[in-house]
Write a protein that binds this ligand. Structure first.
Ligand SMILES: NC(=O)c1ccc[n+]([C@@H]2O[C@H](COP(=O)([O-])OP(=O)(O)OC[C@H]3O[C@@H](n4cnc5c(N)ncnc54)[C@H](O)[C@@H]3O)[C@@H](O)[C@H]2O)c1
Ligand SMILES: O=C(O)C1=N[C@H](C(=O)O)CCC1
Length: 236
């Protein structure tokens, strides 16, 4: 498969290596200096760029009839527009806040735990995410996915980054930035008598990159809007 890398930074470079190891070739390596995208020799596009460039990269891929997956976070206010555009163009698009197998299993555990605890209001919840200091967005896309899944499976109504927020319906998310941390997410339910905590720690970026290449292989001949549950078939 000929893969366009829309974003050739920390993730793009690891995805390149994983893709080559799996027998693919790279047709485009786009970065901040790229002015035009020629998709004529591309089978599938992988966008790991910036919150400010993801929408344009995804739209260009769909317009060129190239299936596209995006792992870029921090642009989700435009997600519904992209879905509408993809469906109108009969294209193929997949977004995942986190492509790693481990985190997608963690998402399942989070959903179950949230629904179990929903009937016990003594437990107060908070989410902590820790990432490297170069990260542009907060909270992480993964933390937002975790919070949204908790909201669907509990009485919580929204989430906030404001630690002083006095709204018991809001999940508090704490975003920490520490040098070189690839990505850690902790869900903590605390009561007067005990605490229940689940935690996912990425040791490096390999899992994100492998998941992205697997998703790109999966979407190559499809039409529609997908997510990682479609790819990994966890819990089916
Ligand atoms: N979904 C996941 O599993 C996952 C995992 C890791 C990172 N991410 C996200 O992926 C994104 C990229 O992460 P990173 O660590 O590689 O960041 P990075 O800053 O190392 O790389 C971003 C790259 O995008 C390039 N770029 C700038 N403008 C561009 C444009 N118009 N078109 C294409 N590329 C352009 C930059 O030159 C840079 O090389 C972030 O949003 C991050 O949150 C997601
Ligand atoms: O390094 C990043 O940036 C990461 N971004 C994703 C997120 O925002 O959840 C996934 C983890 C790494």
């Amino acid at each position: 498969m000929r893969i366009a890398l829309l974003g050739y930074g920390k993730m793009g470079k690891i995805i390149e290596r994983v893709a080559l190891e799996r027998g693919h070739s790279i047709s485009i390596k786009a970065d901040s200096k790229t002015t035009t995208l020629d998709f004529s020799k591309t089978d599938v596009a992988i966008d790991f760029s910036l919150p400010s460039t993801a929408v344009s990269n995804i739209t260009s891929s769909i317009n060129a009839n190239v299936p596209v997956i995006s792992g870029t976070t921090g642009w989700l206010d435009k997600y519904d527009d992209i879905v509408e555009h993809c469906n109108r163009k009969n294209g193929a698009f997949l977004y995942a806040s986190n492509f790693s197998l481990g985190v997608n299993i963690f998402f399942e555990v989070n959903r179950v735990l949230a629904s179990l605890i929903a009937n016990y209001p003594d437990y107060k919840l908070n989410i902590e995410e820790i990432h490297h200091t170069q990260k542009l967005d907060a909270p992480s896309g993964t933390a937002i996915s975790l919070a949204e899944d908790i909201i669907k499976n509990s009485n919580y109504k929204n989430w906030t980054l404001d630690e002083d927020e006095d709204d018991s319906d809001a999940i508090k998310i704490e975003a920490k930035r520490i040098v070189d941390v690839p990505g850690t997410h902790i869900i903590n339910y605390n009561s007067e008598v005990d605490a229940i905590e689940i935690k996912h720690t990425a040791h490096n970026r390999e899992g994100f990159a492998l998941g992205a290449v697997i998703a790109a292989e999966w979407i190559a001949n499809k039409k529609g809007v997908f997510n990682m549950k479609d790819v990994l078939k966890i819990n089916e």
